[in-house]
Design a binder for this molecule. Sequence first.
Ligand code: SAH
Length: 227
Amino acid sequence: MREEEFFRKERERLVRQLEEEGILKDPHVKRALLKVPREEFVLPEYRRYAYVDRPLPILAGQTISAPHMCCIMCQALELKPGHKVLEVGTGSGYHAALCAEIVAPENSEKKGHVYTIEIVPELVKFAMENLKRAGYLDRVTVVHGDGTKGLPEYAPYDRILVTAAGPDVPPPLIEQLKEGGKLVMPIGPPYGLQILVLVEKDKNGKCRYRNLGGCLFVSLRGEYGWK
Ligand code: SAH
């Protein structure tokens, strides 16, 4: 079997698995999971395991999130074509590519965009190379910096996702979220009990917090992260 064929079948298998588990429900997310080549976002030695539903080590002691977690977060955000998204914690660039596939699909008039910020310079380079190879650099902008301060240059955002666990939602992220916008973020201590939280900002700027359940992420650093 050609490698391309193998990975296509693997993507289909993973999607079936996530549907059977009752995790995958949103057709936009399903399309993105079937399209984005996760094998281009893992280290060469893990290529064969790209569609095992687990986080995998990348560089600098960080991890690419498990597909089911990317799925849960994208669905909670209710991403739609045309959205402007901010991701804090680029890592491999995979989750940013999934978001881009939903908010800015090819041949669509609705052109959304994903801005993603990463604190580790080595990972900024890694993600940019991966996104370029997979064909997403036109729809994803990678920035080096502390994402707990957000990215005011392109604010406000329709949707914000944080892919590392912090002590609380950083105030600049709440400020940079549009009214009617949604934010998803894991909250909790390093290696301790963490909870995935959904923040919905209403038309008057008031925020409602919802607990989406337990999770395990690497630690958020920076000004509003863990010291
Ligand atoms: N979304 C990524 C998951 C990466 S793990 C993926 O799909 O692969 C979380 C990432 O957050 C790590 O790369 C880590 O370096 C980064 N990170 C931690 N604190 C950060 C901060 N304050 N600003 C930006 N990135 C941060």
